[in-house]
Write a protein that binds this ligand. Structure first.
Ligand code: FES
Length: 656
């Protein structure tokens, strides 16, 4: 794809972007402020720019008069880069953006980092999916050839595919006569190759799990599932090629019974509660399965296997195992290993032959989702000392390398996923995901997912907004609004003081979208739980942030996080940005890898053997650190010297 330079004036900032990039997004990436409070949906009319030269695809809109259009005025959110450009931001759209002209990693760069990591892993390892489909052609029985159907099949598999040591599911034997004759003795068998390390069997041992009439060898699908406390993702994989065919996500239906794992455990302990919890999670997964099968027009019977990764509580609820001992000292999970389980027995709407491989947990609060993320990020095979952070409702942390790993969990609450926030929502169309503020007018520049009219704010938008407001002095270090500012955006609302991100007439919901001090408190508590967690963990293994070679950030929204903003609010330690890598949804990626490679499934047990779990609530310093982290960025100012200097500089530009 072609890339072009966009030169913004009067800031004199140039950014290189791919052809077709939206001009407002290019400005946001460049740190150039353009007033925009409708998220780029085209209704507020505040994003006017002047095209001074170059190629820009931008038709006239109702908000630009024919005369202004003639003079070069364009609506930035309705303009796409088609060549090198010179763009002037007129005075009404920006006043003084110097405070914002700092480079930030672009969202597209984040996505690349994620993809490169996993593709490398797959290409380096032998691509050996645990389940394969083979076509077997047999001669029908005849006088003098009346061996049993089963013997005929076993003989054919040996002679045609060199397959030995078969274990055959009795359910397959029961349907052999019908399937053979329906397919005129041409059948597709599904074979599961067992990783020897997991169950102590010979690696050549094979289970015959399914048989279909005719040739189904091209339709061999795996499903990877990330069972999150807040969100659930299902990914459809082609087991013949390793290709991701589709991904779908939805809120976990258990959310109606509490946002965190503790409330789910408590509900699970009530009469009928465990079954209800299992039904809700399998219902969520089934709904997503149905959606991706319909979208990709595949027969669910061609799904061959599933893998799932989730935190310990979510895993046990999926399996219908009472998780109550997870929350009772000394916090014991039921198992650190689960055998492959017939998925239909859990309530999953797949063929009877489908087995689900569930990632094992390290401890009660460091679950299979983290093990999956470590598998995907390869921390366990590389010498660099790595801090792996999974940002989510249940924040999890791993520190270590190829020789050892220490891990811990901390309850961050749902703020990172838009929960517990007045206008919080998942990162779907209309969610405010990026924010900048004009230092002179305090007007916002927001971008929404899909550039649709705003309807709420997602986790990354929350971080970016709080960081922007704090940097500009609209918020103080306790997360309280300055009340004497000359802007109608900061006002006292029904829940206390708030900042108006988007006025009602610019939104999809017909109400002002605001960020309240209660929302900010929730974010501050979430980031404090995380920071105190990795501070405690590092100190317990005799290390500090200075020892780290790299930081890997996982989590559903991790790839959209703006590192500088995350550091600015004290969610991440102040460190060299080059040390950070994004891996996106590590849990889903690990589940995907386990679907595609028996070799990698074996390595899951290596990961478990290297991990030592710390229980933060039993470490005396944790609570003390947690309290001192409940400020922006931190009560210990020496931890964030760069942030404090930046804030000082920025605020000097703000109109008094
Ligand atoms: S009209 Fe372009 S951002 Fe609102």
């Amino acid at each position: 794809m072609n890339t072009y330079k966009v030169h913004f004036l009067p800031d004199d900032v140039t950014i290189e972007v791919e052809e077709g990039t939206n001009l407002l997004q290019a400005a946001m990436q460049a740190g150039v402020h353009i007033n925009a409070s409708c998220g780029g949906s085209g209704v507020c009319g505040k994003c006017r720019v002047i095209l001074e030269g170059g190629e820009l695809e931008s038709a006239r809109t109702d908000l630009i008069s024919p005369k202004d259009y003639e003079e070069g005025y364009r609506q930035a959110c309705k303009a796409w880069v088609r060549g090198d450009l010179h763009i002037r931001i007129p005075i009404e759209s920006q006043l003084d953006a110097r405070a914002l002209t700092r480079a930030r990693p672009s969202p597209s760069a984040h996505r690349m980092a994620e993809e490169i990591g996993v593709e490398r892993l797959i290409s380096e390892e032998k691509f050996d999916p645990p389940y394969v489909k083979l076509l077997v052609k047999m001669a029908p029985p005849a006088p003098g050839d009346n061996i049993s159907d089963l013997t005929r099949l076993v003989n054919a598999l040996r002679s045609q595919h060199d397959v030995h040591n078969l274990e055959i599911d009795f359910k397959v034997i029961k349907i052999l006569p019908q399937v053979f004759r329906e397919g005129h003795f041409e059948v597709t068998v599904t074979l599961a190759y067992r990783p020897s390390h997991l169950n102590g069997t010979n690696p050549s041992d094979i289970d015959l799990t399914d048989i279909q009439a005719g040739d189904h060898t091209k339709a061999n699908y795996g499903v990877a599932v990330d069972v999150g406390t807040t969100s659930v993702y299902v990914q459809l994989l082609d087991l013949n090629t390793g290709e991701i065919l589709d991904t779908a996500g939805d809120l976990n239906r258990q959310l109606s019974y509490g946002e965190d794992v503790i409330s789910r455990i408590i509900f699970g302990g009530k009469e009928g509660g465990l079954q209800k919890m299992q039904d809700l999670i399998t219902g969520t997964i089934n709904n997503l399965l149905e959606k991706i099968c319909r979208r990709k027009k595949i027969d669910p019977d061609d799904i061959t296997m599933m893998t799932a990764a989730g935190n310990t509580t979510m895993t046990q609820l999926l399996l219908g195992i009472d998780p109550k001992y997870i929350r009772l000292a000394p916090y014991v999970p039921t198992a650190n290993y689960y055998p492959p389980i017939r998925a239909r027995n859990l309530g999953l709407a797949v063929g009877e032959h489908v087995r689900i491989n569930v990632f094992p947990a390290v401890s009660s609060y460091v679950g299979g989702d983290i093990v999956a993320g470590i598998l995907a990020s390869r921390v366990y095979q590389e010498p660099e000392l790595t801090l792996y952070i999974d940002l989510g409702t249940n924040g999890e942390i791993v520190v270590g390398n190829q020789d050892w790993m220490a891990c811990a969990a901390c309850s961050a609450g749902p703020a990172f996923e838009g929960g517990g926030v007045k206008f919080g929502m998942r990162a779907t169309d209309g969610a405010i995901e990026d924010f900048a503020i004009n230092p002179q007018t305090l007007e916002p520049m927001i971008l929404t997912v899909g550039m649709k009219k705003p309807k709420g704010i997602c986790g990354s938008g929350l971080i970016n907004t709080v960081a922007g407001l704090f940097e500009m002095g609209v918020l103080d270090e306790r997360g309280r609004f300055e009340q004497g500012l000359d802007t109608p955006r900061v006002r006292e609302g029904e829940d206390g003081w708030e900042y108006v991100l988007s006025w009602a007439d610019e939104t999809q919901i017909g109400r002002d979208i605001v960020l309240t001090e209660v929302d900010i408190d929730n974010l501050i508590r979430a980031k404090a739980a995380m920071y105190a967690g990795y501070q405690t963990l590092l100190e317990n293994v005799g290390l500090s942030m200075h020892n780290l070679d790299r930081v890997i950030i996982a989590g559903g929204f991790g790839r959209y996080i703006n590192l500088e903003k995350a550091i600015l609010i004290g969610l991440l330690p102040e460190l060299d940005l080059d040390k950070c890598t994004f891996i996106g949804n590590g849990s889903l990626q690990g589940a995907r890898l386990a679907c595609l490679s028996n070799t990698l499934r074996l390595e899951v047990m290596d990961i478990l053997s290297k991990m030592t779990s710390f229980e933060l609530s039993e470490v005396p310093n944790y609570m003390e650190y947690y309290v001192s982290c409940q400020f922006l960025p931190h009560t210990t100012r020496e931890f964030f010297p760069g942030v404090l200097e930046r804030i000082q500089q920025t605020r000097s530009l703000v109109r008094k």
